[in-house]
Design a protein around this ligand. Structure first.
Ligand SMILES: [Zn+2]
Length: 116
């Protein structure tokens, strides 16, 4: 398998130093983008790569990121095979336990220590 550097130069030569999306001539900085994204099973092969100007690549990457995070937000671990919408994190009320319950705990502890 050829190195990434080799692939990159092959892509650049094949695409004649032109952005495959908007047709602008690539000067200096350019990106080697996947046609089928890696997370969809795209491979690092000449067939699956294309030359892109940074702005085209950036917009596509943003779109992909949005797509992915949107999926994360709407789907949550299934509960009994049912997809449940993610709940917002809830802050537990920071009220102190009532005094009565302290007494109750003490009584229980006394019972444990001394018997009924
Ligand atoms: Zn472009």
């Amino acid at each position: 398998m050829p190195s990434w550097r080799t692939l990159r130069s092959q892509v650049y030569e094949r695409d004649k130093g032109i952005c495959r999306d908007c047709g602008v001539a690539l000067k200096g900085r350019w990106d080697c983008a996947h046609k089928t994204p890696r997370y969809q099973g795209g491979k690092d092969t000449l067939d699956n790569l294309k030359a892109k100007c940074p702005s085209c690549h950036l917009s596509e990457t943003k779109a992909e990121a949005g797509h992915r995070s949107a999926g994360k937000k709407t789907t949550v671990a299934t509960l009994h095979g049912q997809v449940v919408p993610r709940k917002k994190k809830r802050k537990w009320p920071s009220r102190k336990l009532p005094k009565r319950s302290d007494e109750w705990v003490r009584k229980i502890q006394e019972r444990i220590e001394h018997g009924p």
